[in-house]
Ligand binder design. Structure first.
Ligand SMILES: [Zn+2]
Length: 261
């Protein structure tokens, strides 16, 4: 008989359940890490009335629906971001365990979960927390240790992106006496280069820059059109990396065609 961890239905079910729980934890990370609060103490509580949240009111997706998006005690609204993060994480974990080889799925969900937190935190607080960079580095370390990422591939990516980052920061400093990218973005690009290698990192950065420019232009319709208005870069880089990191394993030939059309 086939061992149970080779059964796709079993893997997808477990992936979904673990993903939903991790998504629930990511909500805690996203709220507490940028505010310099501990992620383990105290237990979850309503940010409005501080009442601790009972386990039955803390079930991913379901509790938000059952409670009608309101705190049981003070009726303060609960943002739709909570079930969204849980649902997206559950879906990503399900896809990974359903479509990728098991070891690669484990690596992907680590990187995905940290990157989702990076994307939301950078969007909201304009910062890429060091603890999440370290989490990504641990993921890369696991990948290298278990031969899911080749050393040569990782180091070539790192060296190339290091040169590119030095060039971008150096050039913008010369032109405007200010660096073009935040240092958190630089750290993020460097750790991602170890995971994605040179070609995909360049592709990810290119797409992220393109999307950031489009968003910047769209925002300029309502904001003042000033050339030095900044925009977050981490969310676009993180999302591009998630997509490329998935297809790097799921459809490498397709990505190669895209790269060298
Ligand atoms: Zn409350």
């Amino acid at each position: 008989m086939m061992p149970i961890w080779e059964n796709t239905a079993y893997l997808v079910t477990m992936g979904t359940l673990f993903g939903l729980s991790v998504g629930s934890f990511l909500n805690v990370v996203i709220y507490r890490v940028p505010n310099n609060l501990s992620i383990v103490k105290p237990d979850s509580h309503c940010p409005a009335c501080k009442t601790p949240i009972a386990w039955y009111d803390n079930i991913p997706l379901l509790s938000w629906i059952i409670l009608g998006a309101k705190c049981r005690h003070c009726e303060a609204p609960i943002s739709i971001r909570y079930p969204l993060i849980e649902g997206i994480t559950g879906l990503a974990w399900a896809l990974a365990f359903g479509l990728l080889p098991l070891e690669q799925a484990v690596l992907f969900v680590i990187m995905f979960s940290a990157l989702l937190a990076v994307a939301v935190i950078d969007q909201e607080y304009w910062v890429v927390p060091l603890s999440l960079i370290i989490t990504l580095l641990i993921g890369v370390g696991i990948g290298l240790g278990f031969d899911l990422i080749r050393w040569q591939f990782a180091l070539k990516g790192f060296a190339g992106i290091l040169v590119l980052m030095t060039f971008i920061q150096g050039l913008t400093w010369l032109l405007r006496k200010d660096v073009g990218l935040g240092w958190g973005d630089v750290q993020l690009a460097l750790v991602l280069s170890l995971w994605l290698g040179l070609e995909l990192s360049l592709m990810g950065m290119f797409v992220a820059v393109l999307v950031a420019i489009i968003v910047w232009l769209a925002q300029s319709q309502t904001h003042n059109f000033t050339w030095d208005r900044k925009i977050q870069f981490g969310p676009y880089l993180a999302i591009a990396a998630i997509i490329l990191g998935f297809f790097r394993v799921y459809a490498p030939d397709w990505l190669e065609h895209l790269l060298y059309f």
